[in-house]
Design a protein around this ligand. Structure first.
Ligand code: C2E
Ligand code: MG
Ligand code: MG
Ligand code: MG
Length: 288
């Protein structure tokens, strides 16, 4: 009985595995076609200066406009893109698209400090693609101040091949591009690498920011990371700020914040309405 039960279980297991593998292959083919057919798009989420609430820049977030499934979230396709290596051409496309969008917005919405664009670069893309060459070509072709481009890297990259990684990061920094550590505190953080690498920004992961309002123990982690940023003279962005209370708590701790409380990721047209509204507000005569 045990034997036949085991056999049946293995058959079910095999069938499930096969189904999963088929689904993954189908999705990979779909994604490849989607990339070629222009089904990928970017949404942009404002990153605000906490002191004023004003828009300082954006994070570009990839979406997949699937012909049958509608808008697919990156949580569903980025891992597959990383496994298959598709992330390199996808990431390169996103970088170009985001930088061209930034150039257009900087021209149309000039600010004392130019608007910035933060672009996610996955570990596999950083290793597989010639990211330094891609950024150099882009900066040659598109008129933005290089310092208004920020690349978001994850801790997993920094621990894999620290020496190679440091060289690439330094080449980017030499072009005056800025480097952020995304989801800081969730990976294999080592404080040792931080001061050795040319990092400019720490992004505090949303799980720690959430703890501020739920009153969990790791609320203190936000203070620790913000303190670390201050000591290392890095900028600090709090991710996933959803409530006014969180924003108030964070003011004084970090310079920048990003989250649904301020604005959700949106298509360029919606972002342009926000920027235009801000300009109008700024242009208003001071009340008598
Ligand atoms: P991430 O880089 O940490 O991006 C922040 C994520 O938090 C985004 O999810 C954003 O929509 C979400 N978010 C922002 N504010 C809030 C909030 O107040 N509450 C909540 N619950 N969520 C908030 P999204 O767009 O689904 O992206 C998920 C992840 O996919 C990103 O996390 C990033 O790791 C990856 N990703 C997105 N676009 C790209 C890309 O172009 N290239 C690469 N390599 N990865 C990308
Ligand atoms: Mg990010
Ligand atoms: Mg993040
Ligand atoms: Mg995150």
């Amino acid at each position: 009985r045990a034997k036949s039960g085991g056999r049946a279980r293995i058959d079910v297991f095999d069938a499930n595995l096969r189904r999963q593998a088929m689904a993954a292959m189908r999705m990979e083919a779909d994604l490849r076609a989607g990339l070629e057919q222009g089904q990928l798009c970017l949404h942009y989420q404002p990153i605000v200066l906490l002191e004023t609430g004003g828009i300082a820049g954006f994070e570009a977030l990839m979406r997949w406009n699937h012909p049958d499934r509608g808008l697919v979230s990156p949580a569903e396709f980025i891992p597959l893109a990383e496994e298959t290596g598709l992330i390199a051409p996808m990431g390169r496309w996103a970088l170009g698209e985001a930088v061209r969008q930034l150039a257009a917005w900087q021209a149309r919405f000039p600010r004392a400090t130019p608007l910035f664009m933060s672009v996610n670069v996955s570990t596999r893309q950083f290793r597989d693609d010639d990211i330094v060459g891609a950024v150099r070509d882009l900066l040659d072709a598109v008129p933005i101040p290089p310092s208004s481009l920020k690349l978001e890297l994850t801790e997993s990259l920094l621990v894999q091949d620290p020496d190679e990684c440091r060289m690439l990061m330094q080449s980017l920094r030499d072009m005056d591009v800025r480097l952020s550590i995304d989801d800081f505190g969730t990976g294999y953080s080592s404080l040792a690498y931080l001061h050795k690498l040319p990092v400019d920004v720490l992004k505090i992961d949303r799980s720690f920011v959430r703890a501020v309002s739920t009153g969990e123990g790791n609320a203190a982690i936000v203070q620790v990371i913000a303190g670390l940023a201050t000591i290392l003279r890095l900028d600090c962005v709090a991710e996933g700020v959803e409530t006014a209370d969180e924003a108030v708590y964070l003011r004084g701790l970090c310079q920048y914040a990003q989250g649904y409380h301020f604005a959700r990721p949106a298509l360029p047209e919606a972002i342009e309405r926000l920027l235009a509204a801000e300009d109008e507000h700024i242009a208003l005569p001071a009340p008598a």
